[in-house]
Design a protein around this ligand. Sequence first.
Ligand SMILES: NC(=O)c1ccc[n+]([C@@H]2O[C@H](COP(=O)([O-])OP(=O)(O)OC[C@H]3O[C@@H](n4cnc5c(N)ncnc54)[C@H](OP(=O)(O)O)[C@@H]3O)[C@@H](O)[C@H]2O)c1
Length: 373
Amino acid sequence: MEFLKTCVLRRKAWTTVCFWRSQVIQKLSVRKIGTTSPRSTVMPAWVIDKYGKNEVLRFTQNMRMPIIHYPNEVIIKVHATSVNPIDVNMRSGYGAAALNMKRDPLHIKIKGEEFPLTLGRDVSGVVMECGLDVKYFKPGDEVSHKPKSLTHTQAASLPYVALTAWSAINKVGGLNEKNCTGKRVLILGASGGVGTFAIQVMKAWDAHVTAVCSQDASGLVKKLGADDVIDYKSGNVEEQLKSLKPFDFILDNVGGSTETWALNLLKKWSGATYVTLVTPFLLNMDRLGVADGMLQTGVTMGSKTLKHFWQGVHYRWAFFMASGLYLDDIAKLVDEGKIQPVIEKTFPFSEVPEAFLKVERGHARGKTVINVI
Ligand SMILES: NC(=O)c1ccc[n+]([C@@H]2O[C@H](COP(=O)([O-])OP(=O)(O)OC[C@H]3O[C@@H](n4cnc5c(N)ncnc54)[C@H](OP(=O)(O)O)[C@@H]3O)[C@@H](O)[C@H]2O)c1
């Protein structure tokens, strides 16, 4: 979320990527500009100067405005943003090893180089300036080519969770609009940002969806199209799910002990797949360093994949994946009315720390959004 009001996009593929897709903020540095003039040299922003609890979030009026360094960059005036669990985790230092390497490979060993750091990844806004090579966007484009039917507030709630769900379901899981009819899909953690989006895509593609969530979220997930709803807090969730027909696909947004039992719910030897979004990938790098962390990740993933393969099911990890093409597909479904943004709460820019606390407390029912303008 960019707790700033403009961003420079530094993506090689920028000219082919619309900005609504560019929420991929690992490669963005987004800055809040003064509301008076786009030529200001400074802008307000929420930053952190060290990792820690919510108190580390600091508001400044004096963040330097971004400038275009490379011809494939654009500067965006951010209108709205949303908070994801990873933003809260990163405030505490989660993923610092990998993300610092991505930010600046040469400075990987210099601790603290990243500060002051602006957290966040989702944005919706308006293109202000374009580098010389940028053809796909022009100043004034609404961030850019976002779903026409959505406001900036609504659009900002989608990119990160939508691309994560799409990556898990389509890229890793192999499901698409042509092969989903009647497939039995189980979504663990159905009431949060990723889950509420995933239910809607699966229903748009005609799958049969079983959603696992808390009892108070059952109305929400049913409204989004879930066919069966299981309350994981009333009784043994594994036993409840075992009494249903086996599944073709499981999306796990919960992790932890779920993978010790969830794979038993899949149809055997039929190509059925379990995909989890909760992986030790970044944690391994934080603990062991980048090289050893990646090695450990490879070993863990490989051994689990193999073990389950011999038991007749596919075991996979999935990650957020930046893709302009996917965002085009998603925007189409949104504009066709098949997917709606699910916004639980909206905060003003002055209340970024409150928004972080809200997400940190958990029990999300859709997304938490911040109106920057
Ligand atoms: N690999 C990646 O690149 C990637 C990208 C995005 C997200 N993620 C991960 O994916 C997970 C989901 O992300 P999100 O943005 O959807 O999180 P979120 O918005 O915080 O939603 C999590 C949801 O799960 C529910 N929940 C918690 N425990 C549950 C359980 N045992 N069974 C069923 N539901 C449960 C929570 O509500 P209640 O507690 O009230 O039930 C909440 O609605 C997070 O762990 C996140 O870190 C990974």
